[in-house]
Ligand binder design. Structure first.
Ligand code: AP5
Ligand code: MG
Length: 221
């Protein structure tokens, strides 16, 4: 399957992507995680991306599209992928369509995670990530690690993202509404959007997402 995950910052895209990717046996491709890996390796791309990310703005399309394309063309993504955080504006959605057309493949679904703004703010404020692996994500009250500041999975140090400060989150939410939300209409016109509530326990949301994807698949038959 080829799936795009969309939703505001803190909706739980990363949390759900890890589970859905495992269940559907496709790689999880997060442009945010790819940028953060570049930042920690101190690459030129990382330096450029950091200046935009710290302000809560989008990294320019040209470098983002090139990076996403490069990742989607890797061996493990031949039979499908789950995109998390890409595309993030209509220009990126159009670039993805072009790429898919060249490869003669199609998206199966766009899963839209709906969460009220006050919940998103709470989720972001309590989020802690593992220095060793981007996919080990915790929340200080909702899904706390057994020992404070230590990753349950690998023992790595937990940290707070630089762009999770109150001011930056406000900008990220505004960028989501003005630049990213229009892609939902773009994909609705292609009949691809399945909207689900991302409220409730992590497992419940995963179940809702899998049911929605299955429903979509059944309708196409
Ligand atoms: P990115 O890393 O994609 O961040 P984002 O979209 O702002 O989303 P987040 O990662 O903050 O939230 P999430 O939805 O993944 O939530 P999570 O699962 O962690 O992008 C960061 C920046 O990179 C952008 O601002 C931009 O600068 C740049 N960038 C990236 N892609 C780009 C692109 N295509 N073009 C241009 N620039 C780009 O969950 C949040 C918290 O909630 C966690 O603590 C989690 O444990 C908890 N949680 C999750 N689910 C639940 C639940 N059901 N109940 C309770 N708690 C929960
Ligand atoms: Mg994320």
């Amino acid at each position: 399957m080829r799936i795009v995950l969309v939703g505001p910052p803190g909706a739980g895209k990363g949390t759900q992507a890890v589970r859905l990717a495992k269940e559907l046996k496709i790689p999880h491709i997060s442009t945010g995680d790819l940028f953060r890996a570049n930042i920690s390796r101190k690459t030129e791309l990382g330096k450029l991306a950091k200046s935009y990310m710290d302000a809560g703005n989008l990294v320019p399309d040209e470098v983002t599209i090139a990076m996403a394309k490069d990742r989607m063309e890797q061996e493990d993504a031949v039979n499908g992928f789950l995109l998390d955080g890409f595309p993030r504006n209509v220009a990126q959605a159009e670039a993805l369509d072009e790429l898919l057309k060249t490869e003669k493949i199609k998206l199966d679904a766009v899963l839209d995670l709906e969460v009220p703004e006050e919940e998103v703010v709470k989720r972001i404020a309590g989020r802690r990530l593992c220095r060793n692996k981007a996919e080990h994500v915790f929340h200080v009250t909702y899904t706390p690690p057994k020992a404070e500041g230590v990753c349950d999975v690998c023992g790595g140090e937990l940290y707070q993202r630089d762009d999770d400060s109150e001011d930056t989150v406000r900008t990220r939410l505004e960028v989501y509404h003005t630049q990213t939300e229009p892609i939902i209409d773009y994909y609705k016109a292609q009949g691809l959007v399945a909207t689900i509530s991302a409220l409730g326990a992590v497992d419940e949301v995963t179940k809702r997402a899998l049911d929605a994807l299955k429903r979509d698949g059944d309708e196409e038959k």
